[in-house]
Ligand binder design. Structure first.
Ligand SMILES: CCCCCCCC/C=C\CCCCCCCC(=O)SCCNC(=O)CCNC(=O)[C@H](O)C(C)(C)COP(=O)(O)OP(=O)(O)OC[C@H]1O[C@@H](n2cnc3c(N)ncnc32)[C@H](O)[C@@H]1OP(=O)(O)O
Length: 189
C-alpha cells in the first residue's frame, strides 16, 4: 500500500487552480496517457480551455492497428486520459467508471489531431464527460462519453504507488472500494 500522505502531497501540488490556457500537470510521471517518463506513453500535453481541456496529438508507429491506422485501444486511451484532466477543473481526484467510444472514421498514424473534453453534467459523486478527436479540418473522427466517479486519495494509496515501481497487487476480496470514498477537493465554479 502506498502512503496516503504522499498521495495527498502528489494531489496538492497538481490541484491548481489552473488559469484558462494553462498547461495542466501530468497525472503522474509514468501515466500511459500523459506521463513524460513513460517510454510507451502518448505524452499528452493538455491545456485548460475555458471550462474544458484540449490537446493536440500525433499517434505514431507504436499505436498502429491495421497498417497506417491507429489501434482503437490507443484512441480510447487518449480520450480517457484527456477526460481525466477535467478532474483538475472539478477539483477532486476521480477515476473512469465507464468509457464509451464511437469510432467515426479511421484515425491515421502521423496526422495531427485536436482533442477536446468537457464536463456535461454532474450528479453527486459522478461527473459525465464528452470528448472529441478531430482532424485539423474540423472533421470529427472519434468521440467518447465517460462516467467519472470522484474518489479520495486513499483510493490510490490502497491500489497503487505514486511513482514508478510495481503497484500493490489487489487483495482477492478487496478489488473494489468498500465504501463511498470522500473527495479531497472542492468543485470550482
Ligand atoms: C495515480 C497517482 C494518484 C496520486 C494521488 C492523487 C492524484 C490523482 C490524480 C490523477 C488520477 C486520475 C488519473 C486519470 C487517468 C485517466 C482515467 C483512468 O484511466 S482511471 C483508471 C480506470 N478506472 C478505474 O480503475 C476505476 C475502477 N473502479 C473503481 O475503483 C470503482 O468502481 C469506483 C471507486 C469508481 C466506484 O466504486 P463503488 O463500488 O463505490 O461504486 P460503483 O458501484 O462502481 O458505481 C459508482 C457510481 O457510478 C454509477 N454508474 C456506473 N456506471 C454508470 C453509467 N454507465 N452511467 C451512469 N452511472 C453509472 C453507479 O450507478 C454509481 O452511482 P451512485 O453513486 O450509486 O449514484
Amino acid at each position: 500500500m502506498a502512503d496516503v500522505e504522499a498521495m495527498l502531497a502528489h494531489w496538492a501540488e497538481r490541484a491548481g487552480p489552473h488559469p484558462d490556457g494553462a498547461m495542466l500537470p501530468p497525472h503522474h510521471e509514468q501515466c500511459l496517457g500523459c506521463g513524460p517518463d513513460n517510454a510507451h506513453g502518448h505524452h499528452l500535453q493538455v491545456n485548460r480551455r475555458g471550462d474544458g481541456v484540449a490537446a493536440d496529438h500525433v499517434f505514431d508507429d507504436r499505436h498502429v492497428g491495421a497498417p497506417g491506422v491507429v489501434h482503437g485501444g490507443a484512441v480510447a486511451t487518449v480520450l480517457d486520459d484527456l477526460s481525466g484532466f477535467l478532474l483538475y477543473l472539478v477539483g477532486t481526484p476521480a477515476v473512469t467508471r465507464q468509457l464509451t467510444v464511437d469510432y467515426l472514421s479511421p484515425v491515421l498514424v502521423g496526422v495531427t489531431y485536436r482533442m477536446e473534453a468537457r464536463v456535461t453534467s454532474r450528479e453527486d459523486r459522478k461527473f459525465f464527460v464528452a470528448a472529441t478527436l478531430s482532424d485539423l479540418d474540423g472533421c470529427t473522427v472519434a468521440t467518447s462519453t465517460a462516467v467519472f466517479v470522484t474518489v479520495g486519495v486513499e483510493h490510490f494509496a490502497r491500489h497503487g504507488a505514486v511513482s514508478g515501481g510495481s503497484p500493490t497487487p489487489p487483495v482477492a476480496d478487496d478489488h473494489r472500494d468498500s465504501g463511498r470514498e470522500g473527495a479531497v477537493g472542492q468543485q470550482r465554479g
